[in-house]
Ligand binder design. Structure first.
Ligand code: DHB
Ligand code: FE
Length: 279
């Protein structure tokens, strides 16, 4: 049977992708951020997951405001990237795992999650940048199942719903009959707001509380409404929903192996966590 070996969360800011393209990892601005990642890549090299379930939010490349599914899953052989206007290099397509994707979609729909299934899906910076950060030169060879949660067009789903989605993904993966190892990755966050009167808003106290509770008591975070989350984390800080979905998928004994928190990267409080999931 398939096993979930762990979960990883990271911010997905486009500027990170540009810093990678320009080899700026050791620049004073970037070093405190990038220094968090070598131990995570080492862990991935040791554990060697066969598939990454990538939980992220599309920002307008694949879905725009005219058609916005709350939850969507990609089920294609490959997923292409495209220029979004951030100056990021367009990378070769990422590998899919349509068989696992369809297994998850079927299981979720059976469990009352109404999923938009996508046999074609473009993946934006929220998928691509974390793949580069975590898998480096192996990003293109790693099989993926993209899972999109809407955090762009209101109404957005509640923290509780996203946590439950993660739990349902966890059960789906662990009922997959093949002996594969799966890592679940949630991208986005932590607190940030890119537009409006509160542009530049960051809430360190709230972020650190979320990182702690994500390990010790994730259910307590599901008591927040989506509105509470936007108020506390900023309108784009709602991307924390992806972290909660990741955590929901970890069904076993969870231990924090690594974490990093750094302000600012671009307009964002950048956070990273690596959680192991033991049976
Ligand atoms: C930034 C953050 C994001 O989450 C994003 O999707 C785009 C840009 C930023 O801080 O620049
Ligand atoms: Fe984002």
């Amino acid at each position: 049977m398939a096993k979930i070996v762990g979960g990883i969360t990271t911010s997905h800011i486009p500027a990170i992708g540009n810093a990678i393209a320009k080899h700026k990892e050791q620049d004073p601005y970037w070093k405190p951020f990038f220094d968090g990642f070598p131990p995570v890549r080492e862990w991935l090299n040791e554990v060697k997951p066969d598939v990454a379930v990538m939980i992220y939010n599309d920002h307008g490349l694949n879905f725009f405001l005219d058609k916005m599914p709350t939850f969507a899953i990609g089920a294609a052989e490959q997923f292409s990237n495209e220029d979004e206007g951030w100056g990021l290099p367009t990378l070769p397509p990422f590998k899919g795992d349509p068989k696992l994707s369809w297994h998850i979609i079927e299981s979720l729909v059976e469990n009352e999650f109404d999923i938009t299934s996508c046999q074609e899906m473009k993946v934006d910076h929220a998928f691509v940048v974390p793949m580069q950060l975590l898998f480096a030169e192996k990003a293109g060879q790693t099989k993926t199942v993209p899972v999109c949660i809407n955090t762009v067009q209101h109404p957005i789903p509640s923290p509780k719903r996203c946590y439950k989605l993660g739990q349902a993904i966890g059960r789906a993966v662990e009922s997959y009959p093949e002996d594969i190892k799966v890592v679940v990755i949630g991208t986005g966050g932590l607190s940030h707001q890119l537009d409006g009167q509160r542009a530049g808003f960051i809430n360190k106290k709230f972020d650190l509380m979320c990182m702690e509770k994500l390990v010790s008591d994730p259910e307590s975070l599901t008591q927040m409404s989506a509105r509470d989350l936007v108020r506390e984390a900023g309108s784009q800080g709602a991307e924390f929903l992806m972290w909660l979905a990741m955590r929901g998928a970890l069904t076993g004994r969870v231990t924090e192996l690594r974490s990093n928190y750094h302000i600012p990267i671009s307009n964002t409080a950048a956070g990273m966590m690596l959680l192991a999931n033991a049976a």
